[in-house]
Design a protein around this ligand. Structure first.
Ligand SMILES: *Cc1c(COP(=O)(O)O)cnc(C)c1O
Length: 318
């Protein structure tokens, strides 16, 4: 696929020099998926990869997807479509607010045709898009957030990259969870070769079931990839900071320190909560000494600009 030439793969691994790791005798690596591409970054690229490949094989030539006004998935899909030379339609939840926020402005500037629909229409998803006549035979239709079994397949690939990159195999792999698709794909790729901890960025205790369901769907879709359902994973629900896109000053301070002191830029919606939770667990001796931990930086840095526009310039930018 032509667009992969524009991507930095495998994504680099950063050994995080944090005093807490030294004090607790732990090794912490960060797989910097945010560096894959400036706009087509992180897990959103991983989720698009096999979807785009199979769409090309099926002769598809355009893409339609769904998202909220600050959606990393809409943003990445717009970037991917532009790199592919494909027309793209983005169905956006809620009224258009002008001027457009930085996420939607980027999508539109990349050539994505944005259609704003009411929340109740948005919930009708593909049915609505079909009624509006937006789905053609050659349209690749992707769900909100980009999670489907092909997306999981792309996330499973991360583990193959790690095998070639890491000097030592990790005991733990940690990442943040929105829909849980990235976690499910990673768990499927790992096949119990490390303990996975997913940090939920939403309030509630629903990821366990969603991820288990995705693993079953993945096994049905790719029986040769997964002979048994992996068991070594859990979800931490303690670091959502009040819910999706909610935050507290301690999270903002942590994100700024992380960029300023450890060369690790984080976003407030996803990766900031992951690393806050991870370092808090390290401080509380959750991990035995000598543990090797790999944290997946799933990207999402595009969201900082929109966040600062809404809340004031809270998060330092380069
Ligand atoms: C979308 C997103 C996630 C959540 O991924 P899921 O597969 O939906 O769990 C995590 N991190 C970042 C940066 C994201 O953009």
């Amino acid at each position: 696929m032509k667009l992969t030439a524009a991507l930095k793969l495998p994504s680099p691994i950063q050994a995080l020099a944090h005093p807490l790791c030294k004090a607790k005798q732990l090794k912490l690596w960060v797989k910097r998926e945010d560096l894959i591409h400036l706009q087509l970054s992180g897990n959103k690229w991983r989720k698009l990869h096999f979807n785009l490949r199979s769409a090309l094989e099926m002769g598809k030539k355009q893409v339609l997807t769904f998202g909220g006004a600050y959606s990393n998935h809409l943003y990445a899909t717009a970037a991917a479509a532009q790199l592919m030379g494909w027309p793209a339609i983005g169905i956006v939840r809620g009224e258009a607010v002008k001027p457009l926020n930085p996420t939607l402005r980027f999508a539109q500037d990349s050539g994505m045709d944005l259609r704003f629909v009411s929340r109740s229409d948005y919930r009708r998803g593909v049915d609505l898009a079909a009624e509006l006549g937006l789905i053609k035979a050659d349209t690749l239709v992707l769900p909100e957030g980009g999670t489907n079994v092909l997306a999981l397949r792309g996330c499973a690939e991360i583990t193959e990259e790690m095998e070639e990159q890491l000097p030592e195999w990790p005991d733990y792999i940690v990442l943040c969870c929105g829909t849980g698709g990235t976690a499910a794909g990673l768990i499927a790729g790992l096949k119990d070769r490390a303990e996975v901890i997913g940090f939920s960025v939403l309030k509630g205790d629903f990821h366990q079931k969603i991820i288990a369901d995705w693993l079953l769907k993945y096994q049905q879709a790719f029986p040769d990839q997964l002979s048994s359902i992996p068991q070594r994973w859990s979800i931490n629900t303690q670091y959502h900071f009040g819910g999706y896109a909610r935050f507290q000053p301690s999270l903002i301070d942590f994100i700024n320190e992380s960029r300023d002191n450890y060369q690790l830029p984080l976003d407030p919606i996803y990766t900031g909560k992951l690393f806050y939770g991870l370092l808090d667990l390290i401080a509380k001796d959750y991990f035995p000494p000598q543990s090797r931990i790999l944290a997946l930086h799933t990207g999402g840095l595009q969201g900082i600009q929109g966040f600062n526009d809404r809340h004031g310039p809270l998060i330092h930018t380069p």
